[in-house]
Design a protein around this ligand. Sequence first.
Ligand code: KIV
Length: 254
Amino acid sequence: MKSTQQIKSMKSRQKIAMLTAYDFPTAKLMDGIVDVILVGDSLGMVVLGYENTTKVTMDDMLRATSAVARGSKNTLIVGDMPFGTYDNENDALKNARLFIEAGAHAVKVEKKPEIAGFLAKNGIEVMGHIGLTPQSITTFKVQGKDRESADKIFEEAIALDKAGCFSLVLECVPLTLAKAITEKISIPTIGIGAGIHCDGQVLVTNDILGLYGDFKPKFLKRYAEIGNEMKKAFEDYAKEVREERFPADGHSFH
Ligand code: KIV
């Protein structure tokens, strides 16, 4: 398993591959294949069916994190701190420690460099997240397109680097801004909809597998159509049961 220090040292040398996982079987399948598994709060949307991530609770995330930790023994696991669980230093540290107890090696926070710095000082490895931060921006829109907002995102990147984060997710920002940030800061940038210049990439696993309906933003590449396969299997099963073709004699105990 790569440590956070090893992930950090991959900057500008080797691209970092990160994917999300929320359960034991998926974590087991990707273990040792990707560099980092993110137990993302995207779980709220792609697994629990909420419209955005703001209703996700610590219980939801801890259950998912411990399942992922049982499935993955060779990959760095990052737990995504849900909305409202790191608004002050006490809550942030208490909840980050619960993620570590559940099996995460690090946590991710959206913006909040002061909180990230406090966690880092208290021995918690932290991944930052800026740009389109779904806990505060719930409409899907590229961020940092005008000068003022690009400058703001650039400053946030510098602040999270200084705070002691070991890596930084850049979500849905123009590739020129991602390039400028990647060249400026000392930690690896991991992009999602942030172009080719980032030090690594992350996508939501359910999106790349075709398991989250018709959601297909420009930055997404679908690597499989598992959703169609599953639907076909469900239809075949239901049809065979109704037509009394399943179970066959070979599926019965004699
Ligand atoms: O929750 C999540 O899956 C994320 C990634 C999109 C970076 O935050």
